[in-house]
Ligand binder design. Structure first.
Ligand code: MHO
Length: 241
């Protein structure tokens, strides 16, 4: 927890106030964090669940959901073609490493499930180091299952952002909170606080992490209390989709 405290206070120093957002009701909301990040891309069934899971992982700065792996140009949710639902994660490699993200990937879906391509399991690596780690963990995981894993490790390809209504889907179930944060359009994909709250509202991350992060998020008392109630109520319920 000490390490995460240090990370949270560093984040608040990298806070780039959003001049561009004219109507943000909460001026201090921690939307943009200006630090170097790396990308990780995973497909692990319905993308709403990993959006909440990774959104509250310490060291993750931004998340967005989308479609990738296929050849169809400009896929949409209703016309996905040969693509798969996926999540793209921007993370601070000084705080969370790729192995830790992969541990979460493996622990939070069934990599043996034979499902339609839309929900199939993939790791899309971004460099040789990620490739090596992904392939090693795949071999390790296979030993834990009787059935063959369906997960494929592939080089990352073009990621098509999903429609706005799929971004931070759990947070968007609380329209007044989104409005307070002006979370729409690009902010649904770029905002740090949107990624965090999207997980906290279904209990991801847990109460104690929420409490330690709350002072830097820039929420007011009412919205802080509101999210606290939700994270308290849903902590431990697991991911929902
Ligand atoms: N269970 C969800 C899946 C949505 S998803 C983004 C539904 O039936 O709509 O694939």
């Amino acid at each position: 927890m000490l390490q995460s405290q240090a990370f949270f206070s560093r984040l608040s120093q990298c806070h780039k106030p959003l001049d561009a957002v004219e109507h943000t009701t909460l001026k201090k909301a921690l939307h943009h964090v200006d630090i170097p990040t790396k990308k990780a891309t995973f497909a692990m069934a319905c993308f709403w669940a990993p959006d909440a899971l990774f959104g509250t992982t310490i060291g993750v700065i931004r998340t967005k959901v989308g479609y990738c792996g296929g050849t169809k140009h400009n896929p949409t949710y209703r016309d996905l073609g040969d693509h798969t639902e996926a999540i793209e994660i921007d993370y601070d490699p000084k705080v969370v490493d790729y192995q830790t993200l992969l541990d979460l990937f493996w622990a939070n879906h069934d990599p043996t499930a034979k499902v339609k391509l839309q929900y199939t399991s993939f790791i899309f690596y971004h460099d040789e180091e990620q490739k090596e780690i992904a392939e090693r963990t795949l071999k390790e995981q296979q030993k834990l299952y009787d059935k063959p894993l369906v997960t494929e490790v592939r080089p990352s390809v073009k990621f098509y952002d999903a429609e706005d209504y799929h971004q931070k889907y759990r947070l968007q179930q609380h329209p007044w909170l989104c409005e307070l944060l002006d979370c729409k359009g690009d902010l649904l994909k770029d905002s740090y606080i949107a990624a965090r709250l999207n997980g906290y509202v279904i209990g991801c991350g847990g109460v104690s992490q929420f409490e330690s992060e709350l002072p830097i998020l820039g929420l007011d008392e009412k919205s802080g209390d509101y999210v606290r109630k939700l994270v308290t109520k849903f902590e431990g319920q697991g991911l929902v989709c």
